[in-house]
Ligand binder design. Structure first.
Ligand SMILES: Cc1ncc(COP(=O)(O)O)c(C=O)c1O
Ligand SMILES: [Zn+2]
Length: 406
């Protein structure tokens, strides 16, 4: 066996994904949080990839036993670009740094940073004979899972909140997979998915700590080494649930333990939310103002009423905050709030300086960079990585608003 899953709560070895899926993704102690542990040494694949599939390239360090399990539509090795317009902005503010963008919109899949997770999930589920799966998602994950699971011949049901954008619904329907649109928001869609899972015994995505998502997303740190020859000192993304920060931490631990990069240190994590849906920022501000008292990470509130137009970032109940926030603190990072009303203007700036436009969830991260510089969170010598997660294909409304900016 190449890997095994170990429970994060009690430390028990669970076995492979076959065992994990058979026991409904739960350890016998009741915990639903397990991590993949490799039983063979992890290594950095050597040569330049001759493949478009990241699973093929990183096969030796993924929890897959057979190459013919790989489900791929050519997604893969996400380009990392250096964006000098952001470097020049920082320099004007007296900060000399390098800035890289992880271009998930160019990943060759359905164009969001959920493809990486969905591709591995489809492969592992196929490897273990799973026939049906479901998930609640605000859009990008739904499109990605529908696409990859259709490719694997696995029936998939998407449970969407009422605010899901029509283009995502259409993209899912095109794959032939069903979409159930809730009358309520993301919280209601999650409940409906959980109900469906329970009543129909259909496997459901394990959420933000799902080892399938973590294992695929952790490869971002390997990609930094491959493409830019170093690890970032600052990591930024728009955060909703917060899977990627946990995945990054796992990736770093793997680099250290496997001696690929024994001295690897986690980057300062700067996680950004738009002011119309910012429950993690609020909780963090409370903790900061109160000197991070005992149990601070458990102090967060769900927002009862949100009005954000960014359907992708509508996690009003930040259930993963108790895991993510201590990690952010450990890295010396922070949570940042940006103005949703300002995003079209940043979109206009991006079109002017880069000749392209990313989707609104990506713009939350992008505008966060300017704010991070202005607030002194970026320092001389930093290597900053922005994990932007989507292109603008499914957000016509945003493109129109940007077109009206001068
Ligand atoms: C483009 C984009 N950015 C950010 C996020 C937030 O990611 P997470 O839920 O892992 O925090 C999402 C999630 O759907 C996304 O699609
Ligand atoms: Zn356990």
């Amino acid at each position: 066996m190449k890997y095994q899953l170990r429970c994060k709560k009690c430390g028990r070895v669970i076995g492979d994904f076959s065992a994990w899926l058979r026991q409904d993704q739960q350890c016998s102690c009741g915990s639903g949080y397990a991590e993949v542990e490799y039983l063979v040494p992890q290594h950095m694949p050597g040569e330049t990839p001759a493949t478009k599939s990241y699973q093929d390239y990183y096969f030796d360090i993924l929890p897959l036993e057979r190459r013919d399990s790989i489900v791929s539509i050519g997604e893969g090795l996400v380009p990392i670009e250096r964006w000098d317009n952001l470097e020049r902005y920082a320099l004007r503010k007296g900060v000399e740094c390098r800035v890289y963008i992880y271009r998930n919109d160019m990943n060759g899949g359905s164009g969001s940073f959920k493809d990486i997770s969905a591709a591995l999930a489809a492969s592992v589920l196929k490897e273990h004979g799973v026939k049906e799966y479901c998930l609640a998602s605000t859009g990008n994950a739904g499109v990605a899972f529908a696409t990859y699971l259709a490719q694997a011949g696995i029936r998939f049901t998407e449970f969407a909140p009422n605010c899901i954008d029509p283009a995502s619904v259409e993209a899912i329907r095109k794959t032939g997979q069903p979409v159930v649109i809730s009358k309520g928001g993301y919280g209601a869609a999650k409940q409906e998915a959980a109900e469906y899972h329970k009543q129909r015994h259909v496997l459901i995505s394990g959420g933000n700590t799902d080892p399938l998502r973590i294992e695929s997303k952790r490869l971002l740190v390997f990609e930094c080494l491959r493409q830019i020859g170093q690890l970032p000192t600052v990591y930024m993304q728009a955060v909703a649930g917060g899977t990627s920060p946990l995945a990054l931490e796992k990736g770093y631990r793997d680099l250290v333990q496997s001696a690929i990069c024994p001295g690897a240190r986690l980057p300062r994590m700067i996680l950004v939310q738009q002011d119309e849906c910012d429950p993690m920022v609020r909780a963090w501000e409370w903790a900061e103002a109160n000197g991070f008292p005992d149990g601070w990470e458990q102090r967060y509130e769900a927002l009862p009423d949100i009005h954000t137009r960014i359907g992708i970032l509508t996690a009003a109940n930040p259930g993963n905050y108790p895991l993510v926030a201590p990690l952010v603190r450990r890295t010396g990072g922070t949570f940042l709030r940006v103005s949703e009303a300002d995003l079209p203007q940043y979109g206009h700036e991006m079109e002017q300086s880069r000749g392209l436009l990313l989707g609104p969830a990506s713009m939350v991260c992008y505008s966060g960079f300017f704010q991070a510089v202005d607030s002194g969170f970026i320092r001389n010598g930093d290597v900053v990585l922005l994990n932007t997660g989507e292109g603008c294909d499914r957000a016509g409304w945003f493109r129109e608003e940007v077109a009206q900016c001068h």
